[in-house]
Design a binder for this molecule. Structure first.
Ligand code: UN1
Length: 478
């Protein structure tokens, strides 16, 4: 076993209590040891970011471009190795792991370009002789707290804009997946970031996360994770008058109308509900089907599900990797029981299965005969479990789709322009998909939702500037 991977504080790699990073496809495989930062080290990281801010905030666009560009190039050049590390530590398939790595490279490439396109506005005042300039300035120290389900893409889409717009960063990746985060920070440091601009503090939410959240020197905080954690973090941030950006849960509906191309609909549901083992906040978990085609839809779904290959994420034929850990798998199993107790009919999957290696394998599960009041239709499970709800027509489908505390993504399969257009306008979600899965988004356009799913400005694309900068209006009498 190699030396534990250290944290990065003010340009120095610092050791700490080491914890094993375990492969969920094979729990005898230790991906590596990673240091967990203490509260004191986390405070030092915040101090270092604060000290590095004046110089980095005044760095030239070309300096920032060069770092982000070099990071993009290295990620892309190492996509097989990093994709494999990702699949090994998180459990998504190798194809998904490499795909996510490429996406991270594309995100750095996009923000490398944005660094060269920083703009403002110059306009006349309403007063004679006075000029007005509107500029964007970086926020200062940005806290970045990321989840385990996208170990490289979510860090990328928070780190790249933070650095692009001249902020300094304290970055806490999820305790379950420090491997990709460490690799990314190592790449960025070697890409030429000055000491203290990016600090890595791996470890537990209760120690590292809490220290970041409680520190008033953290001017802005971006978080992807659960609703209760997001709410606690927002409450503390409100006390400190700190800017926050929260991406939380989903209970995303996918509507299948009677006029849909059923093959398209089934493809969307298989992908949206079960790929990445259902561990996406954009996953489709409520499948709302017009009753006229419910039977045909269920037949096609169960046929497709019977052929899905669940197994070790690193084996090329695997289509669905393991659940991330034992506690998530037990939670998924608990929801299978809850669904059955509530009277839903389990038409496929749900059982824990064994493979050649010791891992957390579960067959994707489909419930039929559900209604939208059941817990399996209201609570985010975050696993490969979907609930089919039959409705009589489009109007009922839309009202069921919107009857949820969440509002991240909503999808529809239809060949009707009228219904597609109406759904795009009336779905209460931040992202709407027509004849496409609810999950799997582009990197150059805004990402985010409504209601309990999201809070604060959008992530990704040019809209990221709303969170990572603050606006200044300057008046000059000349
Ligand atoms: C996607 O569906 O492509 O945590 C991205 C999540 C989301 C990312 C989803 N923030 O699942």
């Amino acid at each position: 076993m190699s030396e534990p991977k250290p944290n990065l504080v003010g340009g120095d790699w610092v050791a700490g209590d080491a914890a094993p990073n375990i492969n969920p496809s094979d729990t005898t495989d230790i991906v590596g040891l990673y240091a967990r930062a203490s509260a004191a080290q986390t405070r030092m990281a915040i101090d270092a970011a604060k000290a590095a801010f004046p110089a980095w905030s005044r760095s030239t666009p070309l300096e920032r471009h060069a770092v982000l560009r070099a990071a993009s190039d290295e990620i892309l050049a190492r996509k097989e190795e990093l994709g494999q590390l990702l699949s090994r530590e998180e459990g998504k398939t190798l194809a998904e792991g490499i795909g996510e790595t490429v996406r991270a490279a594309q995100i750095f490439d996009f923000f490398a370009g944005e660094a060269l396109r920083l703009t403002g506005e110059v306009l006349p005042s309403i007063r004679p002789g006075v000029g007005v300039e509107i500029t964007r300035e970086p926020m200062g120290v940005v806290g970045i707290i990321t989840p385990w389900n996208f170990p490289i893409a979510i860090p990328a889409w928070k780190l790249a804009p933070a650095l692009c717009y001249g902020n300094t960063v304290v970055f806490k990746p999820a305790d379950l997946v420090p491997g990709c985060a460490w690799a990314l920070v190592d790449i960025l440091r070697r890409a030429g970031l000055p000491d203290g601009v990016l600090n890595l503090v791996m470890g537990r939410g209760s120690v590292v996360g809490q220290t970041i959240v409680d520190n008033p020197d953290v001017a802005a905080l971006t978080f992807t994770g659960s609703v209760p954690t997001g709410a606690a973090l927002a409450a503390k941030s409100a006390q400190l008058m700190r800017k926050v950006q929260l991406e939380m849960g989903g209970k995303n509906p996918f509507v299948v109308l009677a006029d849909a191309d059923l093959d398209v609909a089934v493809d969307c549901v298989i992908n949206g509900a079960f790929f990445s083992t259902g561990q996406r906040c954009t996953a489709s978990s409520r499948i709302i089907v017009e009753e006229a085609i419910e039977g045909a839809f269920l037949d096609k779904m169960t046929e497709r599900m019977a052929g899905l290959r669940v197994g070790n994420a690193l084996e090329p034929e695997t289509q669905i990797g393991p659940v991330v850990d034992e506690s998530q798998l037990s939670q998924n199993e608990k929801y299978i029981e809850i669904g059955q107790d509530e009277g839903a009919r389990l038409v496929a999957g749900g059982e824990r299965v064994s493979r050649d290696t010791e891992g957390y394998f579960q067959m994707p599960a489909l419930f039929a005969d559900c209604n939208n009041q059941m817990r399996i239709a209201r609570e985010e499970i975050f696993g490969p479990v979907a609930a089919v709800i039959a409705v009589k027509d489009y109007d009922e489908a839309l009202s069921v789709a919107n009857d949820t505390e969440f509002g991240l993504s909503a999808g529809i399969a239809t060949t009707s322009l009228k219904h597609a257009t109406h759904f795009k306008r009336n779905a209460e979600a931040g992202m709407v998909m027509v004849n496409l899965p609810t999950a799997g988004v582009d990197f150059h356009v805004p990402f985010g939702g409504r209601k309990a799913s999201s809070h604060g400005p959008r992530e990704q694309g040019r809209y990221a500037a709303e969170f990572f900068t603050t606006v200044k209006t300057a008046y000059t009498m000349a």
